[in-house]
Design a protein around this ligand. Structure first.
Ligand code: B12
Length: 592
C-alpha cells in the first residue's frame, strides 16, 4: 500500500462541509431548471448530444468538433455563422459541435465578472447570450472552458442547461485558481453543486466533461497516470455524484501512435461507454512555421479519425489551426482546418488496414493496467490517511491541496526509480514533458559555453506566471538556477499585487514573468504601477511567452511588446537572450 508521509487530514479544514450535501443541493436546484432544445438537437431530432453521438457510433458516421472563442460573444457568434456558411458553400458537412473557449472571467460569480480584468475570449453576460449560443447555427455547443470548475460554476451550469446545452465542462479545471479568488473551499462546493445539477439530468443525456490536460494530467510525466486520473474523476463524477462523465483529452501529445493508444485506454475504462466528448488535436507539434504545421495537422487528424472509426468511439476530433503557437485563431483559420478534417474522412479507410493496431492495443492494455494501479493506490493511500473517499469534497480538496507533482509521486503507476524527476520510471513518458526536458538540455548546453554564468551568479530573480501555463515557468526557473542565479520560484497563476509583495519580501533584483492568456499589456501596466507605488520601481522586469492582448476592438489579440517596452518592461523573447539581458542589467547596462 502507498505510504503517505504528509498528514493529509491537516490539509483539510476541520469545518469542511460534506460534499454529498452540496451535490444534493445541486440536484434540488435542478427542479427549477427548465431545459430547452438547441437548434442542432432540433435539426437532428435528438434530445441530447449524447444521443447523436450514440447514433454516430451505431451508424458509423464521423463527427467533428472545433474550439472557438473570439474577443467577444458578438464576434464569436458572427464567426459561427460564417463557419457554418463556409462549410455549406464548400459542400462539406458543417462541424457537429464546438467548445466555447470562454475566458477566465466567466469562471467567476456573475457579480464579480464586470470588474475583473479582461483576457482573451468571450464572456457570456446575459440570458440572451446563452440562448444565442445554442440557437445561432445548428452546431451543438459544449459550455467548456471556465463554465464549471471556478466559483461561478452553479450559475453557469444553470444557464447552459437552460440554453439547451447537454455537454458541460470542465471538471479538471477545479484545480485552477481564478484571479483574486482564493477561497478554494467555496470553489469546491460550487463545483459539486453544479455537478449535482448535471447529475439530475443524467437520464436526459447530460454529460459532465473534463478536458484532462486542463488539470493535473497536463503536467503528469506518465500517460498511465492520465488514465488513472480519468478513473479517479469518473469515480467522483459517476459513483459519488451520479453524473455521466467524459474525459476529453489530446492537445499535449504529438505522437499519433501514442495518442491512439491513450484514447483507446480511456475508452477501455469507460464501462458505460459515455461517448468521449472530443479528442483535441495536437497543439504542441506546431512551430511558428505555419506551413510546416500542415504536416502536424494532417497526421494527427488522420489518426484521430481512424481510431474513432475503427473502434466506434462516437467521439469528435478537433483539427487545430496552423497558427496555434501564436494566438487564438480567426474564423477562417478554423473553417479551413474543418474542411481538411472532413476531407481526411475519405483517407481514413485507405490507411487503416495497414496500421499495426495490435501494437497500439498492447500499449493500450499496459496503460490501462497502470491507470488502474494509480487509482487503487490513490484510494487506498487516501483512505488509510484518514480521508473519507466517499465524500467528494474531501477527495477533490485534498488532491487539490496535495498538488499534481505529489499526486504523481505518491500514486504514480511507474516502478520507483530515483533517477526520474517524479521518483518513478514512467510506464509511457508524456510528450510535452519529454520535449520540455529536451529544450532544457539544449538551452543549458548553449549557455554552458558562455560567460553568463559569472554575470548572473547570485542574482536574485523572482520567476512566475500570470496564468496556468507552467512549462515555460519551469524552464525559466530551472535554467536560471542552473546558470547560477538565486531563483525564487513564485509559481503560477499570480496576480500583480502578489508579485509586488513577494519582490519586496525577498528583495529580488529582477522579476521574470511568463504569460500566455492575452493579458500581457494590462498585467504589465498594473504590475509597474504597483511596483512604483510600493517604492520598488527600480527592480528589472522581464516578460515573455505570448505577449498579446485584445486592444481597440481587435477580434483576435495583437502583439503588445512595444507597449510593454514603453512601460519599462523588457521583452527579450528567448531564454538565452533573457540570460544576456539579466547579465547586462547587473553590469549596469540597459536591458534589450
Ligand atoms: C500547454 C498549453 C496549455 C495547457 C497548460 C498546461 C500547464 N499546466 O502548463 C492547458 C491545456 C492547461 C492550457 C490552458 C489554457 N490555454 Co494554453 N496553450 C498551451 C500550448 C499548447 C503550449 C504552451 C507550452 O507550455 N509550451 C511549452 C513551453 C516550454 O513553451 P512556451 O510556453 O512557448 O514558452 C517558450 C517561449 O515563449 C519562451 N518564454 C515563455 N515565457 C517566457 C518569459 C520570458 C521572460 C522569456 C524571455 C521567454 C519566455 O520560452 C519558452 C521556451 O522556448 C500553447 C500553444 C502553443 N503550441 O504554444 C497554448 C496557448 C498558449 N494557450 C492559450 C490559451 C488561450 C489558454 C487558455 C486561456 C484557454 C482558456 N480560455 O481556457 C487556458 C489557460 C487558462 C488559465 N486558467 O490560465 C493560447 C493563448 C492565446 C493568446 N494569448 O492569443 C495558446 C497560444 C493556444 C492558442 N493558439 O489559442 N494551455
Amino acid at each position: 500500500m502507498t505510504e503517505i508521509d504528509v498528514d493529509l487530514t491537516a490539509l483539510l479544514p476541520p469545518d469542511l462541509p460534506d460534499g454529498r450535501e452540496a451535490v444534493a443541493e445541486g440536484k434540488a436546484l435542478a427542479r427549477d431548471v427548465e431545459r430547452s432544445r438547441s437548434l442542432f438537437c432540433e435539426e437532428k431530432g435528438v434530445s441530447s448530444e449524447r444521443e447523436w453521438r450514440e447514433r454516430a457510433r451505431t451508424e458509423g458516421f464521423a463527427c467533428t468538433c472545433m474550439n472557438i472563442g473570439l474577443a467577444t460573444w458578438a464576434d464569436t457568434r458572427e464567426a459561427l455563422g460564417l463557419i457554418h456558411e463556409d462549410a455549406l458553400s464548400r459542400g462539406v458537412r458543417p462541424p457537429d459541435r464546438f467548445n466555447l473557449i470562454a475566458e477566465r472571467r466567466m469562471g467567476l460569480p456573475k457579480d464579480k465578472r464586470a470588474a475583473a480584468a479582461q483576457e482573451t475570449g468571450p464572456v457570456m453576460m446575459t440570458e440572451q447570450d446563452w440562448w444565442e449560443l445554442a440557437h445561432t447555427v445548428p452546431i451543438q455547443p459544449e459550455a467548456a472552458d471556465n463554465t464549471i470548475g471556478g466559483p461561478g460554476s452553479v450559475e453557469n451550469a444553470i444557464d447552459a442547461l437552460r440554453a439547451g446545452i447537454t455537454t458541460i465542462g470542465v471538471l479538471s479545471q477545479y484545480s485552477w485558481r481564478w484571479p483574486y479568488f482564493d477561497d478554494d473551499v467555496t470553489q469546491t462546493m460550487e463545483v459539486l453543486k453544479a455537478a449535482g445539477l448535471l447529475a439530475a439530468f443524467k437520464d436526459d443525456g447530460v454529460i459532465f466533461d473534463s478536458y484532462l490536460e486542463d488539470g493535473y494530467p497536463g503536467v503528469f510525466h506518465d500517460y498511465a497516470n492520465y488514465i488513472g486520473w480519468a478513473i479517479l474523476e469518473r469515480y467522483i463524477s459517476e459513483e459519488l455524484i451520479g453524473a455521466a462523465y467524459s474525459p476529453s483529452w489530446g492537445g499535449l501529445t504529438q505522437n499519433p501512435v501514442v495518442k491512439s493508444a491513450v484514447t483507446l485506454a480511456l475508452e477501455a475504462v469507460n464501462p458505460d461507454r459515455v461517448p468521449l466528448s472530443y479528442v483535441q488535436g495536437d497543439t504542441i507539434g506546431n512551430t511558428p512555421d505555419f506551413d510546416a504545421n500542415m504536416a502536424v495537422l494532417n497526421t494527427d487528424v488522420l489518426f484521430m479519425k481512424m481510431v474513432d472509426r475503427r473502434y466506434r468511439l462516437g467521439t469528435a476530433p478537433i483539427a487545430v489551426p496552423v497558427t496555434e503557437t501564436e494566438r487564438i485563431p480567426s474564423w477562417d483559420e478554423v473553417a479551413t482546418v474543418q474542411t481538411i478534417s472532413r476531407r481526411l474522412e475519405d483517407y481514413a479507410p485507405m490507411v487503416d488496414p495497414v496500421v499495426n493496431w495490435g501494437r497500439i492495443e498492447a500499449m493500450r492494455d499496459e496503460l490501462v493496467r497502470g491507470g488502474r494501479a494509480f487509482f487503487e493506490a490513490a484510494i487506498a493511500g487516501l483512505s488509510s490517511a484518514g480521508i473519507d473517499v466517499r465524500d467528494p469534497a474531501q477527495l477533490l480538496l485534498v488532491v487539490k491541496r496535495l498538488g499534481s507533482a505529489r499526486c504523481e509521486e505518491l500514486f504514480g503507476a511507474g516502478t520507483p526509480n530515483p533517477e526520474y524527476p517524479r521518483g518513478r520510471r514512467p510506464v509511457l513518458e508524456t510528450d510535452l514533458v519529454r520535449s520540455t526536458m529536451q529544450e532544457r538540455e539544449r538551452l543549458l548546453a548553449e549557455l554552458r559555453g558562455r560567460s553568463e554564468e559569472e554575470a548572473i551568479r547570485g542574482m536574485k530573480v523572482l520567476v512566475t506566471s500570470t496564468d496556468v501555463h507552467e512549462f515555460a515557468e519551469f524552464l525559466l526557473s530551472s535554467t536560471l538556477s542552473a546558470v547560477g542565479a538565486e531563483v525564487i520560484d513564485f509559481g503560477v497563476n499570480r496576480d500583480p499585487e502578489d508579485i509586488v509583495k513577494a519582490v519586496i519580501e525577498t528583495d529580488a533584483d529582477a522579476v521574470v514573468i511568463s504569460t500566455h492568456n492575452g493579458v500581457a499589456r494590462s498585467f504589465g501596466q498594473r504590475l509597474m504601477g504597483e511596483l512604483d507605488s510600493a517604492g520598488a520601481g527600480g527592480v528589472a522586469v522581464f516578460m515573455g511567452g505570448v505577449l498579446n492582448e485584445d486592444v481597440d476592438g481587435s477580434e483576435i489579440p495583437v502583439d503588445v511588446s512595444a507597449d510593454l517596452n514603453a512601460n519599462g518592461i523588457s521583452t527579450p523573447g528567448t531564454i538565452d537572450r533573457l540570460v544576456d539581458a539579466l547579465g547586462e542589467r547587473r553590469g549596469g547596462g540597459v536591458a534589450a
